[in-house]
Ligand binder design. Structure first.
Ligand code: FRU
Length: 486
C-alpha cells in the first residue's frame, strides 16, 4: 500500500520526530551499538541542540531512547564523541563498571565553544555532565567537535588523544590527556586547501593497508562546509587524508592529498564507533547537506543516518584509498527472501524490474558494445533517479534532477559524478534504496555516492538499461525491516 510517510526509510535510522544532524558519541558496549545524534527535542528545525540517543544490537534495527544530553538555557550541546574508559583513568567509575565518557562541545550564550565531559556509569543509559565543565576552553567561538581516541605517545605510553577543529581557521587541533580532564596541545593540522569553508567533525584512526598489520596507516576524516555569500552551491561534503600519526602529530603521505570520501551530495559529519568488537572500524554519516538541510520535505522528522559502513584501506591502481562496505550484519539481510531478478541476461535496451523503495541490490553489467549502461530507481510517473555509466570515460553518475520533488531548494537538482574503471570488463555496484535515501557502492567500495531523492509515494518502479549489447545480473535482497512493501 501507499505509506503516509513515503520518505521514511525502513532500514536506516531516523528519529520518530524532530530535527537530527550529526552522529555523535558512537560507541559499542555490552552488545549494543549506541548512536547519539545532534537533535532538537522541540521541533523539526535546527536549534536547542541536544544529544538524542538510539541503540542497536546489529547495526540494522535501531531503538530510540530519551534525550541523553539535553540543552539548557545557558548551554547547547554540539557534536562530540564517547569513549569507554576501561582503566577508569578519569576516576569517574566505581572501579567495577568502566565509565562511558562523553566529550562534547558546550556552546554558551556569548557564542563561546568549549569542550565538556559527561559521564555514564550505567552503560550509556543516563548521563551526568561533569561539575567542572568546560574542561578545555580557548575563548574561541568556533572550537568544536572533539573526537577522543586512545593512542600511544613516542615512548609507547598509552593515553587519550583528542582531535577537534578550529572550524573557521581550517585547523584540526591535536591534544593529549591522561585523565580526560586536563589537556595538552600537541600539534595542529592545517590550514590548507580552499578557503571559504569551515572544517568540522574530524576523526582519526589507524587501519591496516591491504589487511597487512605491518603496513598500518592513519586516516584523518574531515567534514567541510562552504560558508559565506558566494559559497559553493554543491554544499557540504567529506574528505580524508591518509598518513602517519606518531601519537603527537599527523603527517599526510601526500601533500595536501585530500581524497573525496563520498561523491554524492548527502554524506556529512561521518565518524566512527569507539570500542567496536574485533577492531572493526564502522562509520555512520548524516545523509544531508547544509545547503538545503532546513528545506527537505519530510515530517514530522527531518534528517537520516547513512547505513553503517565498514572501513578499510586498500591499494587501488597504486594509491592507498579508503574503501567502504556494508557490514556483514547488513549483507545478511534476510538472504532467504533475496531474489535473483536477472542472472546474466542479454540486454540491449530497457528492462523493467520490480524493485520497490526499500531494498538492497547487487547489480553487475558487462558492456559488450554498449556505451551507456545504468539503472533507474524510484521510478514514478515520468520521474526517476538515474544511475548511469559512460563506458568510454569511466564516469559513473547519479542524477536526481528528475527524481520527483526537486524544488526543495534551487541547488537541490544535481548529478553527482565519479570515475570508476571497469574491472575485468564489468561494472559492479551495490545499491541501497530506502525511502528518500540512495547509496551507491562502486569499485568494491572505493567510490560511494549518497543522495537523497524525494519521489512520489508510488514511485516504486525500477529498470536496467544499456544502449547496446550487454550482459546484466541483478540480485535483490529484501530488507528484513522493510516498512511498507509495495
Ligand atoms: C556539523 C556541525 C558541527 C556542530 C554541529 C551543530 O554538521 O556544524 O560542527 O557541532 O553540526 O549541530
Amino acid at each position: 500500500g501507499v505509506s503516509l510517510d513515503p520518505y521514511r526509510p525502513a532500514f536506516h535510522f531516523t528519529p520518530a520526530e524532530n530535527w537530527m544532524n550529526d552522529p555523535n558519541g558512537l560507541v559499542w558496549i555490552d552488545d549494543r551499538y549506541h548512536l547519539f545524534f545532534q537533535y532538537n527535542p522541540e521541533g523539526a528545525d535546527w536549534g536547542n541542540m541536544s544529544w538524542g540517543h538510539a541503540t542497536s544490537p546489529d547495526l540494522l534495527t535501531w531503538t530510540e531512547h530519551p534525550v541523553a544530553l539535553p540543552y539548557r538555557d545557558d548551554e547547547q550541546v554540539f557534536s562530540g564523541s564517547v569513549v569507554v574508559d576501561h582503566a577508569n583513568t578519569s576516576g569517574f567509575g566505581d572501579g567495577v563498571i568502566p565509565p562511558l565518557m562523553a566529550m562534547y562541545t558546550s556552546v554558551y550564550p556569548d557564542g563561546r565553544q568549549a569542550q565538556s565531559l559527561a559521564v555514564s556509569v550505567d552503560s550509556g543509559t543516563t548521563w551526568h555532565p561533569f561539575a567542572g565543565n568546560p574542561v578545555l576552553d580557548r575563548g574561541s567561538h568556533a572550537f568544536r567537535d572533539p573526537k577522543v581516541i586512545r593512542a600511544a605517545d613516542r615512548d609507547g605510553r598509552e593515553r587519550w588523544v583528542m582531535v577537534a577543529v578550529e572550524a573557521e581557521r581550517r585547523e584540526v587541533l591535536v591534544f593529549s590527556s591522561d585523565d580526560l580532564r586536563e589537556w595538552r596541545h600537541e600539534s595542529t593540522v592545517g590550514a590548507f586547501g580552499p578557503g571559504g569553508v569551515v572544517w568540522e567533525c574530524p576523526d582519526l584512526f589507524p587501519l591496516d593497508v591491504d589487511d597487512d598489520p605491518l603496513r598500518q596507516r592513519w586516516v584523518l576524516l574531515l567534514s567541510i562546509n562552504p560558508v559565506g555569500a558566494d559559497a559553493d552551491p554543491d554544499g557540504s561534503s567529506m574528505a580524508y587524508l591518509v598518513g602517519d600519526f606518531d601519537g603527537h602529530r599527523f603527517t599526510p603521505d601526500e601533500s595536501p592529498g585530500w581524497q573525496r570520501l563520498d561523491h554524492g551530495r548527502d554524506f556529512y559529519a561521518g565518524v566512527t564507533f569507539d570500542n567496536a568488537p574485533d577492531g572493526r572500524r564502522i562509520m555512520l554519516g548524516w545523509m544531508n547537506n547544509w545547503r538545503y538541510a532546513a528545506d527537505i520535505p519530510t515530517a514530522p522528522w527531518r534528517g537520516a543516518m547513512s547505513l553503517p559502513r565498514e572501513l578499510a584501506l586498500r591499494t587501488i591502481d597504486g594509491r592507498v584509498r579508503l574503501v567502504q562496505s556494508l557490514p556483514r550484519e547488513l549483507a545478511a539481510i534476510d538472504p532467504a527472501a533475496g531474489e535473483t531478478l536477472l542472472d546474466g541476461v542479454d540486454l540491449d535496451g530497457v528492462r523493467r524490474l520490480p524493485i520497490g523503495c526499500n531494498v538492497l541490490l547487487d547489480v553487475e553489467w558487462e558492456p559488450r558494445g554498449a556505451r551507456r549502461i545504468g539503472m533507474d530507481l524510484l521510478v514514478g510517473d515520468g520521474t526517476a533517479t538515474r544511475l548511469s555509466y559512460d563506458v568510454e570515460s569511466g564516469r559513473l553518475s547519479l542524477d536526481r534532477s528528475n527524481s520527483g520533488h526537486v524544488d526543495v531548494h534551487p541547488d537541490f537538482p544535481s548529478s553527482s559524478r565519479a570515475l570508476v574503471p571497469l574491472r575485468e570488463g564489468r561494472l559492479r555496484v551495490q545499491l541501497a534504496v530506502d525511502g528518500c535515501l540512495v547509496e551507491v557502492f562502486a569499485d568494491d567500495g572505493a567510490v560511494t555516492v549518497s543522495d537523497q531523492a524525494f519521489a512520489d509515494a508510488d514511485a516504486v518502479g525500477g529498470a536496467v538499461f544499456a544502449d547496446g549489447p550487454s550482459t546484466v545480473w541483478v540480485r535483490r535482497r529484501t530488507a528484513l525491516a522493510a516498512r511498507d512493501d509495495p
